[in-house]
Design a protein around this ligand. Sequence first.
Ligand code: HEM
Length: 481
Amino acid sequence: MSSPIFWKDLPQPKSNWLTGNMSEFQDENKHLILEQWAAESGECFKIRLVNQWFIVSTNEKMNAEILKLRPRFFRRFHKIDQVVGEMGLTGVFTAEGEPWRKQRRLTVQALNMKSVKSYFPVLEKITQRLMDRWAKQDPQKPIDLQKEMMRFTIDITTIIAFGHDSNTLEDTDDVIQQYLQHIFPMINERITSPLPFWKIYKQGKDRQLDKAVKELKIYIDGLIRKTKHLMEHEPERCEHPQNFLENLIAQQMVKAEMTEEEVFGNVFTMLLAGEDTTSNTISWTIFELLKSPDDLQKLVHEIDQTLGKETQPVSMEQIDQMPYLNAVIQESLRVMPVTPNLYMEALEEVTVEGLTIPKGMTVMMQNKVANTSDTYFTDAKAFRPVRWLGTCPYHSTHDPSVIKTFGAGARFCPGKQLAIYEIGMALVAILKNFEIGLAVPAEAVTERFAFTVFPENLMIYLEKREPISLISQQQSDTVEG
Ligand code: HEM
């Protein structure tokens, strides 16, 4: 057996003697810089950001192992907790140890498959609301798809998790949508900043963040106060909480197992974790389909065949019955993961896949690299939903186990099932009711990494599909078939 390599022996991309690799790393799209360095330096290398060293790994086996070694040997990079903690937002995503276990149990309970299936009426209602909003849209006027999808996911998350309908789809300037969008980019910027400059001097963006956090706190405090009031008047809700927030409050009021800050932090976490990830994934999926008209047509065909006269899915099972829809979603999560990387810090010295990682060292895991590597998928960089259907030419190399878009191990994303149904519901309803087209050249749509990967400038046109075109589509299918 070969002896372990120590991190100091790893290669390093070209760097400056003073700031190390920091100057290039200032770029917003940090995942792209890291991927570019990986192409030059190999699948495992070190970088220095002024005074702090990091290991960067695109090695699928190493990354999978690190994720599995939590919570004993690795935690999330402590700066995430620090930065989020300063904003007063610590919840299950950043918690560690016993607090994490307790919060994770409640989160998983709220998002397990049984609970998710019972949320169908909520998905139905909010999807209808999106369709009504879009029906009023001027077909000549492009819309920003990502922003629309953000409203869609916020409305779903707030009803499901807090029993509160924020209705951002009907209110034009709702407070949460407006302020939430400032949070992720700033967390992203601050966690890799060598010094907490914002504590010494606040720039415009720092003041904007403070305002966003303050406004969101007012919103969430109001939500918590209202729910507590309701639970005081209906004490049976403490025994049988009806949503995630009621469950958190019951733990606090009855069992004293949750602090005021933990209740607050977990409401915030659920909102943040549930909205950008899912809205960005829906947006990227539609973008991929618009660039791939054959796949779009096949999906529309499947939707028309499955739904018949219905304008949106009538059950979760109906979504499950659409193999092409599932293939499109899986392919989008593979080729355009909104979470291309995860940062994990070693809690003690540990050797993983022959590399010795010292205590306190953070590994920047670039998981997207495996998703789009020909080692694991044929023609890996291309969007080819058909590869998920088994009998296809792309199936010769096909290893879904490498995909870590939802993470892995004990801290695997508990919202995956909900997200998949939200994505499915949105895609089906949109394509059943509207003809859509890009309002800008595909090259003008860019990606921006801000903790999750956002599409920028994804402007689309939509036009109501005439029922007649659905009928003629079915007739032409019958003729062709
Ligand atoms: C396409 C949509 C989504 C993607 C790609 C995604 C991705 C992720 C990833 C990569 C993690 C870290 C996993 C790890 O460390 O192993 C995570 C954690 C988490 N996600 Fe998601 N997520 C999505 C949707 C959601 C939704 C809809 C919710 C809830 C409404 C949610 C709630 C959470 C929570 C609470 C955690 C923290 C879990 C923990 O630390 O124990 N996510 N997600």
